[in-house]
Ligand binder design. Structure first.
Ligand code: BDR
Ligand code: CA
Length: 314
């Protein structure tokens, strides 16, 4: 089977951690070339430590490079109410002796991409603020030819979770998102329209927590924290936002997708960080409408695929 080469840029993060578990469960179909980290859900030192410990726990021998500690121009903003003080729902993991690469994430991404065999490309999967990716495409435009597409978690065609219209990853660093959106690289936005439907119920989470399998249990414990300590407690379900780009890559039939042109509001007003989807196909040439946005998801199919993957890990 031909494996799809991917690089995950993340800020683990409860749902980032579950996304990495999903990648581990699908290592026969996804070739994870590297994991890079970015300050987002927690400070860069914490999320980088989490990435190293998680990959070790999942048995994935993948390099980790530490990236930006703060957005391009704005102040950092963390989300301890969803992810806990340690970023993993305050769940403790065995500490690994693994260390990050010596190079910064942006330089490391450049190296990995340019080292791909002639004609091969990798898919970037950013599931945190887009600071690293923006710097990469701005400083080293030569890598663009090596990027097949950017399939990211962030934004929404409609609605928000930090404000009424902005989603966390985009709100934290809207300027970075704008640079990525303008890079010319094909984009797939896995935003709240779909990710809010990609959730686990309290019953499913409790069952994971009771599993004798250590990875399924960890994922249950982390999801349980997010479920009880954030707005999820009112909904009674917890969305696993960051697993969605990976599920989209392997199971696109679960999602309803629409062609668009993406943009983002970088103002300081009430709509800071709001993503804008231009669906007006009659106004644009076909090749201009190069982006896609996930508009809907099959909740049951998502739950089945994710849960099956987590129980498949030992
Ligand atoms: C996104 O924000 C973060 O808190 C999550 O990890 C996810 O990437 C959801 O809005
Ligand atoms: Ca994230």
């Amino acid at each position: 089977m031909i494996k799809r080469k991917i690089i995950i840029d993340c800020d683990p993060g409860v749902d980032d951690a579950i996304a990495l578990a999903f990648a581990a469960a699908n290592r026969d179909r996804l070739e994870l070339l590297a994991v890079t980290t970015v300050g987002g859900n927690q400070a860069i030192e914490k999320v980088t430590r989490n990435a190293l410990d998680l990959l070790d726990f999942y048995g994935l021998d993948v390099p980790v490079a530490m990236g930006a500690d703060s957005p391009l121009i704005r102040e950092p903003m963390y989300a301890p109410e969803v992810h806990g003080e340690n970023g993993l729902g305050n769940c403790a993991l065995p500490k690994t002796s693994r260390t990050p690469e010596k190079e910064n994430a942006v330089l490391f991404l450049r190296k990995i991409l340019l080292a791909l065999p002639e004609g091969e490309k990798a898919t970037l999967v950013p599931i945190g603020p887009m600071t690293n990716i923006a710097l990469l495409v701005k400083l080293f435009p030569e890598v663009k030819d090596r990027i097949r597409e950017i399939v990211f978690m962030g934004g929404a065609a409609c609605g928000g979770n930090v404000t009424s219209s902005a989603e966390f990853n985009i709100y934290v660093d809207p300027e970075a998102a704008k640079m990525v959106f303008r890079s010319g690289i094909p984009l797939v936005m896995c935003g709240l329209d779909a990710t809010l439907k990609c959730c686990l119920t309290r019953g499913q989470v409790l069952k994971l927590c009771q599993s004798p399998q250590r990875i399924a249990k960890l994922c249950g414990d982390m999801a349980g924290f997010a479920l009880e300590n954030s707005s999820s407690k009112y909904r009674g379900v917890v969305s696993i936002h960051d697993a969605v780009p990976l599920l989209y890559l392997l199971h696109p039939e679960i999602f309803t997708v629409k062609r668009t042109i993406l943009d983002v509001d970088c103002s300081d007003g009430v709509s800071r960080g709001t993503t804008l989807c231009d669906f007006r196909w009659w106004e644009h040439e076909e090749e201009e409408m190069k982006d896609f946005v996930l508009m809907d998801a099959d909740t049951k199919a998502f739950q089945e695929k994710l849960i099956e993957a987590l129980y498949g890990l030992t």
